[in-house]
Design a binder for this molecule. Structure first.
Ligand SMILES: Nc1ncnc2c1ncn2[C@@H]1O[C@H](COP(=O)(O)OP(=O)(O)O)[C@@H](O)[C@H]1O
Ligand SMILES: [Mg+2]
Length: 333
C-alpha cells in the first residue's frame, strides 16, 4: 500500500450522457474497475456522475463537490461526445478550488484538444511534427507546399473519432470530399497534414516531470496487408470489425535500442512541452527514418485491458499499483 493514509474519501468523477458510443461507455467500465481497487485497498470512494446540465450552474457543481470534501478527485471525465471542451471546464473548476485531482492539468487538456495548437507548441520547442494546415472552409484550399498523399483529421477530437478510410487522400477531389464530409460535424475545423507512412509507436508514461516510461508499443502496418495503414475508429473501438481484430499494437516489439531511446526522448520532450502530468501516452510515426510526434494523449484510457495498462503490466506493475500511483501523483498528500 503506497497511500499515505488520507482523510476522507476519493471522488470518482465520470460523465453521464445518453450515448452508445464505445469510447464513452469505456469510461464507465473503467470506473467500475477503479472502484474495486479502492474497495480492496480500504479507501472510501464515491462515484460522482457529471451531467451536461450540471455545467449550467457551475457554482452549484463546485458546491456539491466541496461539500463531499474529497481528498482527491479521480478524474475519468472526458467531456461529452458533442462537447469535449467540458473536460477542460471541469478541471479548471477543480483547480479553482484547489482540490487535488488525478491526471493532467487544464492547460495540457486544453492544448491537446486543439491539435493545431499542440503542433505549434511542439514546433516552437524544435520538436518534429507533420507539416499541416487548418481548414474551416472547403473552398479555396491553399495547400502551402503540402504534397499528396495527405491525411485529413479532426482538429479537436480524440480516440480516432473522424478517422475513416477516406482520411487518406491522394488528390484534390478526394481531399475536398473528405473535408466537406467532416466539416458538417466539426465546426472547429479539420487538419490536413502530410501522411506519415511508417511504423506507429505509442509511449506510455507515468509521473510528474521527471517521467517514468512504462513501455513502447508498435504497429507495423506493413504486416497487415489489405488493411488501411492507419488506426481508424473501427480499428480502435468496433470489436466486431476485422480491423479491430487484426490491426493491433505489438506490446513487446523488438526495437533497436538506439531507436527506442530516440523515440522515448522525443516523447518525453513533447510531453514536457505540453505540461503533461500523472499519466499520458505519446504517439509517433516514422517517415523516411525520422520520427514525428503525432498525438499527445493526456488521461488516456486506463481500463484494465487498455493499451496503456498493457504496457504498465509489461513493466511489472499491477493494475492496483498503477491506480494507487496515479492517485499519489495528484499530490493530495
Ligand atoms: N499525419 C499522419 N500520418 C499518418 N497517420 C496518421 C497521421 N495523423 C494521424 N494518423 C493516424 O490516425 C490515427 C488517429 O490520429 P491521432 O492524431 O492519433 O488522433 P486521435 O486523437 O484520434 O488518436 C493515428 O493513430 C494514426 O494511425
Ligand atoms: Mg492518437
Amino acid at each position: 500500500m503506497i497511500f499515505a493514509r488520507p482523510q476522507g474519501k476519493i471522488l470518482i468523477a465520470v460523465g453521464k450522457e445518453k450515448s452508445a458510443r464505445n469510447d464513452v461507455c469505456e469510461a464507465l467500465r473503467c470506473k467500475d474497475s477503479i472502484e474495486k481497487v479502492f474497495f480492496a485497498s480500504g479507501i472510501e470512494s464515491e462515484v460522482f456522475f457529471i451531467k451536461e446540465n450540471d455545467f449550467k450552474d457551475a457554482p452549484r457543481l463546485k458546491k456539491r463537490i466541496l461539500e463531499i470534501k474529497p481528498f482527491c478527485v479521480f478524474n475519468l471525465f472526458e467531456g461529452y461526445g458533442e462537447d469535449s471542451q467540458k473536460e477542460v471546464t471541469f478541471v479548471k473548476l477543480l483547480e479553482s478550488v484547489n482540490i487535488p485531482f488525478t491526471g493532467n492539468p487544464s492547460f495540457t487538456l486544453s492544448v491537446c484538444l486543439d491539435k493545431m495548437k499542440a503542433k505549434s507548441i511542439l514546433r516552437k520547442n524544435n520538436l518534429p511534427v507533420a507539416r499541416g494546415i487548418l481548414v474551416k472552409n472547403v473552398k479555396n484550399i491553399k495547400l502551402k507546399g503540402l504534397t499528396f498523399p495527405l491525411f485529413v483529421k479532426p482538429r479537436s477530437e480524440d480516440a480516432s473519432v473522424g478517422i475513416y478510410k477516406d482520411s487518406l487522400v491522394y488528390g484534390r477531389e478526394q481531399l475536398a470530399a473528405a473535408i466537406k464530409k467532416r466539416l458538417k460535424h466539426l465546426p472547429r475545423g479539420v487538419i490536413i497534414e502530410e501522411f506519415l507512412p511508417g511504423k506507429e509507436y505509442s509511449v506510455a508514461f507515468l509521473g510528474n516531470d521527471p517521467y517514468k516510461v512504462l513501455g513502447v508499443s508498435e504497429i507495423d502496418y506493413s504486416r497487415h496487408e489489405g488493411f488501411l495503414p492507419f488506426l481508424t475508429y473501427n480499428a480502435k473501438w468496433e470489436t466486431k470489425t476485422r480491423e479491430y481484430k487484426v490491426v493491433t499494437p505489438d506490446y513487446e516489439p523488438k526495437i533497436n535500442k538506439t531507436l527506442k531511446k530516440d523515440i522515448i526522448n522525443l516523447s518525453a520532450k513533447a510531453a514536457r512541452a505540453l505540461g503533461c502530468r500523472g499519466y499520458f501516452r505519446v504517439d509517433l510515426r516514422e517517415k523516411h527514418g525520422n520520427f514525428f510526434i503525432m498525438d499527445i494523449n493526456p488521461n488516456p484510457d486506463i481500463n484494465e485491458d487498455s493499451g496503456y495498462m498493457r504496457l504498465a503490466y509489461g513493466s511489472g506493475r499491477t493494475y492496483a499499483i498503477m491506480i494507487e500511483r496515479i492517485v499519489h501523483l495528484s499530490d493530495y498528500h
